[in-house]
Design a protein around this ligand. Structure first.
Ligand SMILES: C[S@@+](CC[C@H](N)C(=O)[O-])C[C@H]1O[C@@H](n2cnc3c(N)ncnc32)[C@H](O)[C@@H]1O
Length: 191
């Protein structure tokens, strides 16, 4: 039997939903021009460095939210599987890197804006990794305990990553970021 879909990673984490594709590396959409690709991941480093691009296993697990007071009950969230020190790199936000507009996606993060004003996003609506399950802190906790911040991998590729905040995160605690006011404003406009 032949399939036109690219092969899926075999390392699907527990509770990964069957209808979503699991990715260990970013996927570049056709809307990303070679010029933009060069800015995100320079050829020189792409070809000369070994591709040590993914992190050690992240200390996180996907869990169904059953707490009736949680605003995302019935959905999933991402939880710490061990105590995490402050300001620690946890996991990259992996998905489809794109330059087209994705107004309908609730899983689309802004990654970069080029000097000539092209916006680059990472959309994990249909394919991605555990980081797509991180919820916003609003109505859950007083403040976020994690944040999104970009980094360059050892091979030079620009990625959006999740880091712990200024306090340690306890084992079993839910990782919560701030999606930002513009994300919530855009969501209000959709509904
Ligand atoms: C990036 S996803 C997070 C993962 C999502 N819970 C899931 O299971 O796929 C964003 C969606 O999670 C939900 N969500 C996240 N944080 C929330 C919050 N503080 N209050 C209400 N809904 C939230 C919303 O439905 C939002 O569209």
């Amino acid at each position: 039997m032949s399939s036109k879909r690219p092969p899926q990673s075999t390392r699907r984490p527990p509770r990964w939903p069957a209808h979503l594709e699991y990715l260990e590396q970013p996927r570049y959409h056709a809307s990303v021009s070679s010029h933009v690709r060069e800015l995100l991941s320079p050829t020189l480093t792409r070809h000369t460095m070994s591709a040590q691009t993914h992190l050690q296993k992240a200390p996180v697990a996907i869990q169904l939210i059953s707490d009736p007071s949680h605003p995302a009950r019935g959905q999933y969230g991402l939880f710490a599987t061990k105590k995490i020190p402050p300001r620690t790199l946890l996991i990259d936000y992996i998905g489809e890197v794109h330059c087209d507009d994705r107004p309908e996606s609730d899983y689309d993060l802004s990654l970069y804006r080029t000097p000539d004003h092209v916006s680059v996003g990472v959309d994990a609506q249909f394919c991605g990794n555990e980081a797509r399950f991180i919820n916003d802190y609003r109505s859950v906790k007083i403040k976020p305990n994690a944040l999104f911040q970009e980094r360059r991998t050892e091979s030079g590729e620009l990625r959006m990553s999740v880091w712990s905040g200024s306090e340690p995160i306890k084992k079993g605690e839910e990782l919560l970021v701030s999606y930002g006011k513009s994300w919530w404003r855009a969501r209000e406009q959709k509904s």
